[in-house]
Design a protein around this ligand. Structure first.
Ligand code: NAI
Ligand code: MG
Length: 380
């Protein structure tokens, strides 16, 4: 039977499985017309195949509309090597992050993280916080262009820069360089995405969070592009704030801000701060969106100590699922899920341990599924 969507289903490791089971309960209630196709990813496949993201999984993703991703375990190099199956050891296998690889493979340049203080969430830092962070996902210091020791040919080029004089007596072995590479194209893409989202969802402001007074060329480029693009959106105000000041303002009056847009590293930092304002890892949802593909994942990891215990909060994964429904333009279903989540949090009945309750992961999911049925009955 043909379904409307094909969705790659990648629970991964540890609690990734627990929270994806919760998603299944809720998606069944919402009756999304989709086929969910399981894909192998994570630690198990590193150990048994020397590849945490087998090619068959990448191929599977190519045949689907988008991907729901749970969480994966990753470990430092030496430990990774130790856990490799005996016959694979010393064969040159090197561990890599499946999620970073997928972002590159599918050019998932836009990372979006909603941070909303749901009414009744005891973990809220303040009421009325409703932030959405847009983080560029492919460039900046995370592009992996790094040197240590610094090769002579790189150093000789850098020596042409007058500011390098101060470092002329330092040996290349005593230096490490990470390149902050920002392109106009990726910058325009992330800023447009932020403004479009603000327009669609009715946010009044987009704040570009950079440091152009110090990083004159890279942050400078971002701010200049933001000013140009902002002109195309006369109804949305562009605010400019330095990353350091932003951290302060977010603690002082987070409710003043709407959409934030920034580069990869500042985005990594500021999104963790924003997530903690509204409940932390149990609420951290994210979307990785590219031109023709998207991957949705909670921001938490595999939390091995809770694996298979059905104790952790499924809300991060369920809010992530709502982002997927947005992406598929299933607006009625997205709103239904959002209302059900909000109502269940407000009622305060089903709460996992992190919210001070004792409900299980699946109890929370069933409560939300029931709320979906109730809302559907009420709305006819
Ligand atoms: P983690 O996010 O897995 O868990 C840290 C702690 O946060 C947990 O012990 C738990 O107390 C709490 N927590 C996490 N998710 C929660 C939830 N849904 N509800 C309630 N509490 C929750 O981070 P950790 O322990 O640093 O890493 C564990 C593994 O996960 C590592 O192998 C790490 O590399 C990996 N990781 C994977 C990520 C991904 O898949 N994108 C992201 C972060 C870590
Ligand atoms: Mg982070």
């Amino acid at each position: 039977m043909m379904t409307k969507y094909k969705i790659a289903w990648l629970p991964g490791d540890g609690i990734g499985n627990d929270v994806m089971e919760a998603v299944k309960i809720v998606l069944d209630a919402i009756k999304l017309d989709a086929e969910f196709i399981h894909g192998d990813v994570g630690w198990e496949f590193w150990c048994s195949e020397g590849n945490p993201l087998p090619d068959r999984t990448v191929d599977l993703l190519r045949k689907t509309d988008c991907c729901l991703f749970g969480a994966i375990t990753s470990k430092p190099k030496e430990e990774a090597e130790k856990e490799l199956a005996p016959e694979l050891k010393k064969k040159g296998y090197v561990y890599f992050s499946p999620i970073v690889r997928l972002r590159q493979e599918f050019s998932l340049a836009v990372n979006l993280r909603p941070c909303k203080a749901y009414k009744g969430n005891p973990l809220n830092y303040k009421d009325d916080i409703d932030l959405v962070v847009f983080r560029e996902n492919t460039e900046d210091m995370y592009a992996g262009i790094e040197y240590h020791p610094v090769p002579e040919r790189v150093l000789s080029t850098l020596k042409e820069h007058p500011k390098m004089q101060r470092f002329s007596h330092i040996s290349p072995d005593d230096m490490a360089i990470s390149v902050r590479l920002i392109t106009r194209q990726a910058t325009q893409r992330i800023i447009r995405a932020a403004f479009d989202y603000a327009g669609d969802k009715g946010y009044k402001s987009v704040t570009v969070v950079e440091k152009p007074n110090v990083l004159r060329e890279t942050s400078g480029l971002v701010v200049r592009e933001a000013r140009k693009i902002a002109k195309e959106y006369p109804d949305i105000e562009l605010w400019e704030t330095n990353i350091d000041a932003m951290c302060m303002w977010l603690l002082k009056n987070p409710q003043d801000y709407g959409v934030l847009v920034t580069t990869n590293m500042f985005g990594d930092i500021v999104s963790d701060l924003c997530a903690q304002l509204v409940g932390g890892l149990g609420f951290g949802a994210s979307a990785n969106i590219g031109k023709d593909y998207a991957l949705f994942e909670p921001t938490h990891g595999s939390a091995p100590k809770y694996a298979g215990q059905y104790k952790v909060n499924p809300l991060a994964m369920l809010i992530t699922t709502r982002l997927m429904l947005d992406y598929l333009e299933e607006n009625v279903k997205a709103d239904l899920l959002e209302s059900a989540i909000a109502n269940v949090i407000a009622a305060g009945k089903a709460r996992t341990y992190d919210m001070g309750g004792s409900s299980s992961t699946l109890e929370v999911a069933h409560t939300i599924a029931n709320e979906i049925h109730t809302l559907e009955r009420e709305n006819g």
